[in-house]
Design a binder for this molecule. Structure first.
Ligand code: GRF
Length: 220
């Protein structure tokens, strides 16, 4: 099993709580991926210290020290290759990528986004979900395409919105679910259990009895 594990490079920009959940999941002997490295475009990112504490190789590729996006991405690409990475997992990586970079990692790069895509692409998802009055929001793990927060969806989780929620309380509840969803999605993808078919990801096992629908507010 160990020899077949996919080598994953995680890209972060900040606190790296999703990164921590991927590193933790990958410690299981039967997890189909191992974390080869954590790279950050921000040298001061808190997540780098957490990765080091977990014994994972890290590198900062500071976007500010490059003349432009292409030069930055050339270095990022070289860093990923130097760690023999098979798959890239973006986890709070806050740089827009060129189509050329996405193409280089075509169908080998994943992202986690804090909404039920295709709703609420971009930033401030929780404030916008509250303003829109949706009763359910959630998070999405998907394959990265050149358009922002676009691409075949691997897995999603729905989270109820409470009347007392602020953007911060909702974000805290959703990110807790992201920590379960992302390792699950990466495992499905890295194991080869699911495949990309056009704009869809297919092949996930269907349980004999699907989960009950989440109705919110709940039935009396
Ligand atoms: C998460 O909410 C993720 O969905 C979004 O950025 C946030 C990163 O948080 N892309 P963390 O750095 O993983 O804690």
């Amino acid at each position: 099993m160990a020899a077949m594990k996919k080598r994953v490079g995680i890209l972060i920009s900040g606190r790296g709580s999703n990164m921590v959940s991927l590193i933790a999941a990958a410690q299981a002997h039967d997890y189909p991926a191992e974390i080869a490295c954590v790279l950050s475009n921000r040298p001061e990112a808190e997540g780098l210290k957490k990765a080091q504490a977990a014994g994972v190789s890290t590198r900062a590729v500071d976007h500010k020290s490059f003349s432009g996006r292409e030069a930055f991405e050339t270095e990022l690409d070289a860093a990923l290759k130097s760690f023999n990475v098979d798959l890239v997992a973006c986890a709070g990586f806050m740089r827009l990528m060129t189509a050329d970079f996405v193409e280089r990692w075509s169908d080998r790069m994943l992202n986690i986004h804090p909404s039920l895509l295709p709703a609420f692409k971009g930033l401030d998802t929780h404030a916008r979900a509250l303003a829109a009055g949706v009763k359910l929001t959630g998070c999405t793990a998907h394959i990265v395409r050149p358009q922002m927060d676009d691409g075949p969806i691997i897995a999603q989780a729905a989270v109820p919105v409470l009347e007392a929620d602020t953007a911060d309380t909702l974000a805290a509840r959703v990110v807790g679910v992201e920590h379960e969803l992302y390792p699950h999605a990466l495992a499905m993808f890295a194991s080869g259990r699911v495949r990309i078919d056009g704009e869809r990801v297919l092949g996930a096992p269907v349980p004999a009895k699907p989960s009950a629908p989440l109705i919110w507010p709940p039935l009396a």
